[in-house]
Design a protein around this ligand. Structure first.
Ligand SMILES: Nc1nc2c(c(=O)[nH]1)N(C=O)[C@@H](CNc1ccc(C(=O)N[C@@H](CCC(=O)O)C(=O)O)cc1)CN2
Ligand SMILES: Nc1nc2c(ncn2[C@@H]2O[C@H](COP(=O)(O)OP(=O)(O)OP(=O)(O)O)[C@@H](O)[C@H]2O)c(=O)[nH]1
Ligand SMILES: [Mg+2]
Length: 446
C-alpha cells in the first residue's frame, strides 16, 4: 500500500493555456505549508486571494487559495488548492515551488487513491470519477455520474446483504446437524436463492449496458474488394477518412474511426477486401483484416449486389462466435430492396444515396442490446462484469449443492465466495496489485 504520510502535489487542470490553472496538494499539516507559501494563514474552506511566493518572497502568481482541513476534503487529508493563472510555465513554477517546500509529485490517480484509502469513495466510485472525465457523450457522463453518486455500489451492496442473510440462515442449519436435512428442505432457502439469482440478472443487465456505454461496440467492415467498405466507413464517420476508388484492392491497411450513435460509442474498422491473389502487401492487409474480424463484436459483411457478388462463401469463413450482418450494397444500381431483407441479419443499402442506412444503424444498436437514454444505467467496467459473473457462478454452484446433494456446508461456502467476488467491485476485497492497476490508469492530478 502506498504511504500516505507525505504531501503530494500535481497540476489538476489540463496541460496548456487556460483562464485558470490549479495546483492541488494533499497530505498532512498543509496549514503551515500554506503559511510558508503565502505568508498568511488560510481560513478553512474559504476562498482567499493570496500571492504565491518564491523562495525570495517574490510573487510567482496572484491567485485564490483554498484550504480544506482533514477530514473534510476530497481525499480525507488536508487539501490545498492554488488556483492561479492557467499557463504552463506559471503552473510548473508553482508546482516546483511546492516541491521545494517538501511536497512530491503525485502519481497518476493518487488523489483518488487516497480518497479511496480514506473511505471517501469506494472503488466503483473512484473508477466512476475517471469514467466521468473520459465520458464521450452526455449519456455516458450521466451514467458515470450516477455511479459516482454511489448508485451502482448501493445495488451491489443490496445483493451482498441478501447473500449474507441467506448464508447466516444456512449456517444456522449446519449448527444443528440432526435437523439439517429438514432445514435445508425449507422452501425459504429455495425462494431466497431464486430471489438472489433474479437480482443478479437485473444487476448484470444494467452493468452490461453501462459497459457498452463505456467501451462501445467494435464493428468490422469486411467483404470482397470494391464492395463499398471504405465508402461505408466514410459515411458513418461523416468525413473522408478512407480512400475510395473503383479499383479493387484500394484499401490495404486497417483504418479505424470512432463515432457515436445516440451515445453508443462505435469503433468502426475498415479492412482490405478479401480475395485470392493480390500482391504481398494486399495479402498482409487481408491477414490483418482477419485478425480484426476475430476481435470484433460485430462484422458487417458487405457485398456488391450490382455485380452479383455472392456473400455465401465468405460468410461460411467468418469466425463462428461473432455476430455478422450481411449488407447488400449499391441497391441504387442493382434495384434490390433497401432496408431489412429476409432476416434481421440481412440488409440492403446504398452507401452512395443513403437508402437503407437508418435501418442498418438501428439494427446495430439493437444488436448491442443498447437502449438509448436508459435513465437507469450506471457506468460499469469489464472488471465489474467479471466479478458479477464469478459471483453468479458461485450462487449457481451453491444452488446445485442444495438441490442435488442437500449439502448445506458447501452451499454456505459458495455463498461466501459469491459475496467475496461482489465485494471486489466496491473494493472491500482487493489486492494492492489491482488497486495499482486501476489508479495508475487515471490522469495525473486526479
Ligand atoms: N476546485 C476543485 N473543484 C473540483 C474538485 C476539486 O478537488 N477542486 N473535485 C475533485 O474531484 C470535484 C469535486 N469533488 C469534491 C468532493 C469532495 C470535496 C469535499 O470537500 N468533501 C468534504 C466536505 C463535504 C461537504 O462539505 O459536504 C468531505 O467529503 O468531507 C470536495 C470536492 C470537482 N470539482
Ligand atoms: N453506385 C454505387 N456505388 C458505390 C456504392 N458504394 C460504393 N460505391 C462505389 O464502389 C467503389 C468501391 O468502393 P470502396 O468503398 O472503395 O470499396 P471497398 O470495399 O473499400 O474496396 P477495397 O478497398 O478495394 O476493398 C467506388 O467507386 C465507390 O464509389 C453505392 O452504394 N452505390
Ligand atoms: Mg476500401
Amino acid at each position: 500500500m502506498s504511504r500516505t504520510d507525505d504531501i503530494i502535489a500535481a497540476v489538476a487542470t489540463p496541460p496548456g493555456r487556460g483562464g485558470v490553472g490549479i495546483v492541488r496538494l494533499s497530505g498532512p499539516a498543509l496549514q503551515g505549508f500554506a503559511r510558508q507559501l503565502t505568508g498568511r494563514d488560510p481560513a478553512p474552506r474559504k476562498a482567499m486571494l493570496a500571492e504565491f511566493l518564491d523562495e525570495h518572497g517574490r510573487a510567482i502568481d496572484q491567485g485564490i487559495l483554498l484550504y480544506f482541513p482533514a477530514p473534510h476534503s476530497f481525499t480525507g487529508e488536508d487539501v490545498l488548492e492554488l488556483q492561479g493563472h492557467g499557463g504552463p510555465v506559471v503552473m510548473d513554477m508553482l508546482l516546483q515551488r511546492t516541491i521545494a517546500l517538501g511536497a512530491r509529485p503525485a502519481r497518476p490517480g493518487e488523489f483518488s487513491e487516497r480518497a479511496f484509502l480514506n473511505d471517501k469513495l469506494d472503488l466503483a466510485q473512484a473508477e466512476a470519477v475517471a469514467d466521468l472525465i473520459d465520458a464521450g457523450s452526455a449519456q455516458a457522463a450521466r451514467a458515470a455520474s450516477r455511479s459516482l453518486s454511489g448508485e451502482f455500489s448501493r445495488v451491489v451492496h443490496e445483493l451482498v446483504e441478501k447473500l449474507i442473510e441467506l448464508r447466516m440462515f444456512v449456517e444456522a442449519a449446519i449448527d444443528f446437524p440432526e435437523e439439517e436435512v429438514d432445514f435445508l428442505s425449507d422452501e425459504r432457502i429455495e425462494h431466497q436463492l431464486s430471489d438472489i439469482i433474479e437480482a443478479f440478472d437485473v444487476l448484470n443487465a444494467r452493468a452490461e449496458q453501462g459497459r457498452l456505454m463505456r467501451d462501445g461496440l467494435t464493428v468490422v467492415l469486411a467483404g470482397r474488394p470494391n464492395a463499398g467498405k471504405s465508402s461505408l466507413l466514410n459515411r458513418l464517420a461523416g468525413h473522408d477518412a478512407a480512400i475510395v476508388t473503383d479499383i479493387p484492392g484500394t484499401t490495404r491497411d486497417v483504418l479505424r474511426e470512432y463515432i457515436h450513435l445516440d451515445g453508443l460509442p462505435l469503433h468502426v474498422i475498415d479492412t482490405a477486401g478479401l480475395r485470392t491473389g493480390g500482391d504481398a502487401v494486399e495479402a498482409e492487409g487481408m491477414r490483418r483484416a482477419r485478425a480484426e474480424m476475430d476481435k470484433a463484436d460485430c462484422i458487417l459483411l458487405l457485398c456488391d449486389e450490382a455485380t452479383g457478388d455472392d456473400p455465401a462463401v465468405l460468410r461460411r469463413d467468418l469466425p463462428a462466435h461473432i455476430t455478422a450482418l450481411t449488407v447488400y450494397n449499391k441497391v441504387d444500381i442493382s434495384g434490390g430492396k433497401a432496408g431489412r431483407r429476409n432476416s434481421e441479419r440481412q440488409f440492403g443499402v446504398s452507401v452512395k444515396t443513403g437508402e437503407g442506412m437508418t435501418e442498418l444503424i438501428q439494427q446495430l444498436k439493437g444488436l448491442a442490446g443498447y437502449r438509448p437514454g436508459g435513465e437507469d444505467l450506471f457506468m460499469a467496467r469489464r472488471r465489474h462484469l467479471d466479478a458479477i459473473d464469478r459471483a453468479r457462478a458461485h450462487v449457481d454452484a451453491g444452488q446445485a449443492q442444495l438441490t442435488e446433494m442437500r449439502a448445506g456446508e458447501l452451499l454456505a461456502e459458495e455463498l461466501r465466495l459469491a459475496q467475496q467476488a461482489l465485494n471486489e467491485i466496491t473494493g472491500e476485497f482487493t489486492s494492492d496489485d489491482l488497486l495499482g492497476r486501476i489508479f495508475s490508469s487515471f490522469c495525473i492530478g486526479k
